[in-house]
Design a protein around this ligand. Structure first.
Ligand code: F6R
Length: 608
């Protein structure tokens, strides 16, 4: 997730200070690098570097760039670590075309090879840089700038919002969107484009929302929107925005956490876009290792638990998951240069995880990592890493982090499975296919089940405790449901493998004690029904997250949250966790707490 702002202003005005102030409002979307481009007649001015906005501004004075047209970008790295050369904008060979991008272009490598074959020189490791070069190539082939941009966009696979400026049309911005957001602003003879309306809200309240597969041309005459596929013009009237700047940042949601829960529909798609070659590299290291450990803390640890089961089921690989702060005591004596440690960390800066990694490195282990922050310490310590690619998460409680980490880890397990060849390929492809179905199912769930969860949250608002039970692959989901609820509601919450609950926990059950079962229709279904009956017989209030149409569990339960479709068992945590995130959110709000900033917690725990 990056932030983009572009503007076409009246002659004689300077775009740079306006871009700079808009980037301040967009910095929450990404903050590892900053860049601006302005066009003044036949000259393109570019300033960009890694670092936060104020650092880059102190170094380069972002306000001092000539020209009434320009674009700015605040980056959250996916391809290429934070570095000046990887910062946006990216330009063509002659520095006459500049492009900024938010999203991931999946087929960039093939385009890059093709363009290199035609003599184009690339300066960065980003996917974005293919765009200005491809436009340049089509212009060289005789097309107009607009047609060249449209043809380029039609070659791209993946997610993008793209904005282009060029010395050929210095008073014009051309932009396009596919999956990543882009909204246009209508001023008084001046026009804007941005990743979200918070960027231009202090300047204009009139917005034009772009749909998937559309592009737009902004120039002093106005805004022209068209379909990228065939150039057909689309007529649309601007709407007046009534949000204040703070709700605009949260896109109308009351809290960042709720916005991030909804963002999972997109973040999961982005997380599974990484090219297969990276997964193959991971897989080769894991298959060659004598021992594999997975380390992480909190939510990342829970994602690791899913990964361990997936590696066993898809690849018959034994990978032990260890809470990072316990790694030295539990496992260091077993680590040598034949060991692989797979570290999972959203921030890439969690001290406990880094300590485990450094300890393992001191014994010669290879380090693989899954992290959301390119350029983080964890990424730099790793032999190989894969980006979680879910964009900045502002709510302290990890939500899209869990689903993205699980998605990436399942893809890793699938790649390892293909390499070991010990389970039928059909089982692996079923999981990969299931992963691609999760965003739509979550969208359905968010469209239809939020009120159900809200009602359940209200009904358990005064509970002294709550318990989460699951089996198999949903034991980690139960643990994650517990973590979300306890950190946001401040009540003691319990989670167990459902089968273990009769070995002690069951003594807590009295009339009305809320027990949440995570119970998809998989191979654990029959046995979890037994556990539900044990709890019900002792007066527990049964709340079940089930697959739609599961009449047996529905009849046994006081409340159900139905998941709209079936999924391969290994993939279910990604979807079944979502109602648990919502439950934690609504309980926290119901108790009058701030779910974005729970007490005593920090987003990144950099102490032991
Ligand atoms: C829970 C939560 C924490 C983090 C943990 C690890 O909602 O956010 O438990 O998951 O502190 O953080 P990272 O993934 O940054 O290493």
């Amino acid at each position: 997730m990056c932030g983009i702002f572009g503007c076409v202003l009246h002659d004689g005005k300077q775009a740079a200070p306006l871009i700079h102030s808009a980037l301040k409002r967009l910095e929450y979307r990404g903050y590892d690098s900053i860049g601006q481009v302005t066009v003044d007649g036949k000259t393109l001015f570019v300033k960009k570097d890694r670092g936060r906005l104020e650092e880059v501004d102190a170094k380069y004075n972002l306000d001092d760039m000539a020209g009434p047209t320009g674009v700015g970008h605040t980056r959250w790295a996916t391809h290429g670590r934070p570095a000046q050369e990887n910062s946006h904008p990216h330009t063509d060979c002659n520095s006459t075309i500049a492009v900024v991008h938010n999203g991931i272009i999946e087929n960039y490598l093939e385009i890059k090879r093709e363009l290199e074959g035609k003599g184009h020189r690339f300066l960065s490791r980003t996917d974005t840089e293919v765009v200005p070069h491809l436009v340049e190539q089509y212009v060289r082939d005789g097309m107009s700038l607009e047609d060249a941009f449209r043809k380029t966009v039609n070659r791209l696979e993946g997610a993008y919002s793209l904005v282009l400026t060029s010395t050929e049309r210095p008073k014009t911005i051309i932009c396009a969107r596919q999956e990543s957001p882009l909204v246009l602003g209508v001023g008084d003879g001046e026009y804007y484009c941005a990743s979200d309306i918070s960027a231009f809200l202090p300047i204009t309240k009139k917005a034009l929302f772009m749909d998937e597969g559309e592009m737009a041309v902004l120039d002093p005459k106005g805004i022209r929107i068209m379909k990228s596929r065939n150039g057909q013009v689309v007529r649309r009237d601007p709407v007046t925005i009534t949000w204040d700047p703070e709700s605009a940042k949260k896109q109308g949601f009351k809290h960042f956490m709720l916005k991030e829960v909804h963002e999972q529909v997109q973040s999961i798609k982005d997380s599974i876009r990484t090219l297969p070659i990276y997964y193959d590299l991971f897989a080769s290291k894991i298959v060659d290792a004598e021992r594999v450990f997975i380390v992480g803390c909190g939510t990342a640890y829970h994602a690791g638990l899913v990964a361990s089961q997936a590696l066993a089921k898809l690849a018959q690989i034994d990978a032990r998951v260890i809470v990072a702060s316990e790694f030295a005591e539990e496992a260091l004596d077993l680590v040598n240069d034949e060991t692989v440690v797979l570290a999972v960390s959203q921030s890439g800066e969690t001290m406990d995880t880094l300590n485990a990694v450094r300890d393992a490195m001191s014994r010669g282990a290879s380090i693989l990592s899954v992290t959301n922050v390119m350029g983080s310490t964890l990424m730099r310590l790793s032999d190989v890493y894969i980006g979680q690619n879910s964009g900045p998460e502002i709510g302290v409680a990890a939500t899209k982090t869990f689903t993205s980490q699980v998605a990436v880890l399942l893809r890793i397990a699938a790649a390892v499975g293909r390499r070991t060849g010990k389970v039928p390929v059909s089982r692996i492809t079923e999981v990969e296919k299931g992963l691609h179905e999760t965003p739509d199912i979550i969208q359905d769930l968010l469209n239809t089940k939020v009120e159900v969860v809200q009602r359940i949250a209200e009904s358990v608002n005064n509970a002294k405790s709550i318990c989460f039970l699951g089996r198999g692959i949903n034991v980690p989901t139960a643990l994650e449901g517990r973590l979300k609820l306890l950190e946001l509601s401040y009540i003691p919450v319990i989670a167990y493998p459902a089968g273990e609950s009769k070995h002690g926990f069951i003594s807590l059950i009295e009339e009305g004690f809320p027990v949440v079962f995570i119970a998809p229709m998989d191979e654990t279904h029959k046995r979890i029904i037994g556990n539900i009956m044990e709890m019900k017989a002792r007066g527990a209030r049964i709340i079940s997250v089930i697959q739609e149409g599961d009449r047996e569990i529905r009849e046994l339960s006081d409340d159900v949250i139905e998941i709209p479709r079936s999924l391969p068992s290994l993939v279910t945590p990604i979807v079944y966790v979502v109602p648990l995130q919502l439950l934690a959110y609504y309980l926290s709000v119901g108790k009058g707490h701030d779910p974005d900033y729970p007490r005593n917690l920090a987003k990144s725990v950099t102490v032991e």
